[in-house]
Design a protein around this ligand. Structure first.
Ligand SMILES: [Zn+2]
Ligand SMILES: [Zn+2]
Ligand SMILES: [Zn+2]
Length: 306
């Protein structure tokens, strides 16, 4: 055998062909001419090895990269206009998010699959949802927040039993209004739908504050992380701060936090700003000191007798 293996033997090439390798791979491994490999393949009648030896899932996995926060970045092809990941496999185009969904749920996705996390176009199997899973997640969040029945009609009078859609925080919106809004954006001459917008931030707040049992006030509006929020005049406000100001007649100092165990409750009696938090903590400290003092006193009086 020559040192550079410029000429693999016929038997070596046959053995490699029988192992199912491609012409290109054999030529590379054995350092021989790929046309010679192809000729021997034809002579022996061994069918060509497909160039795509990876399974669909293997190809998917080879195009993903883990990133901080448990997300999965798609490193493969993307749709030019939207940046949406896509994957070609054996002549078909697949949604990498849909493959991720099936991997996690063990069933094919129904409807549009996308990630619910904040990483753009994430394809982590446990971060993606299809239309059906998204809807039931949102309805569960809605139930957990105690948001209850949806109104019969939206502010424009559309039937909500027909048009209601849900956001990730469980709040309902009118799908018909959304379609009309989009149409109006595209065509400024389209008739505008009549919507009675709140005229003040307090009114916007009041629309979503609903008295509940035990003095709680249930928040039916939007939320961001742990805070209920109100949008007014293109600004997002903390509903906690608005509730605080309405109750105390002054702007709060620092962050307003809730001490209530009902999520997003906006009852002013359950909220406190920074000075109130500091006062409470000081009182709690004093009470603890007093308790310790009494403990020591009792120990002096009764300790020796015990
Ligand atoms: Zn993610
Ligand atoms: Zn509507
Ligand atoms: Zn409360």
């Amino acid at each position: 055998m020559s040192p550079g293996r410029q000429n693999a033997t016929h038997a070596e090439i046959v053995a490699a062909l029988r192992q199912g390798h491609s012409n290109l791979r054999i030529a590379r491994d054995l350092h021989c001419d790929k046309h010679r490999v192809a000729r021997i393949r034809r002579e022996l009648g061994i069918p060509n090895t497909p160039l795509q030896p990876l399974t669909l899932e293997e190809k998917w996995a080879s195009k993903t990269r883990p990133v901080d926060g448990g997300h999965l970045e798609w490193t493969g092809e993307r749709a030019k206009a939207t940046g949406t990941p896509l994957m070609r496999y054996k002549g078909d185009t697949y949604s990498p998010a849909a493959i991720a969904f099936e991997k996690h749920h063990g069933r094919p996705a129904r409807g549009y699959v996308k990630a619910d996390c904040d990483y753009p176009h994430c394809v982590a199997p446990d971060h993606v949802n299809d239309t059906a899973a998204r809807e039931s997640d949102r309805l569960r969040t809605r139930a957990e927040r105690g948001l209850g029945d949806i109104p019969a009609t939206c502010v424009s009078g559309h039937s909500m039993s027909k048009h209601a859609k849900f956001k990730a925080d469980g709040t309902a919106y009118c799908g018909r209004c959304k379609v009309l809004d989009k149409r109006a954006q595209r065509d400024p001459s389209a008739p505008r739908r009549i919507r009675l917008l709140p005229t003040s931030v307090d009114e916007a707040f009041a629309r979503h504050a609903e008295p509940a049992e035990d003095g709680h006030i249930r928040w039916t509006g939007r939320t961001s992380h742990t805070t209920p929020t109100v949008s007014f005049a293109n600004t997002v406000h903390s509903a906690y701060k608005i509730a605080f100001r309405i109750e105390h007649g002054r702007e709060p100092e620092g962050t307003v936090t809730s001490r209530c165990d009902m999520p997003y409750c906006v009852a002013a009696a359950h909220l406190e700003d920074r000075p109130m938090r500091q006062d409470r903590r000081q009182q709690e400290r004093r009470a603890r000191q007093q308790e310790r003092k009494l403990d020591r006193l009792y120990a002096r009086i009764f300790g020796s007798a015990a």
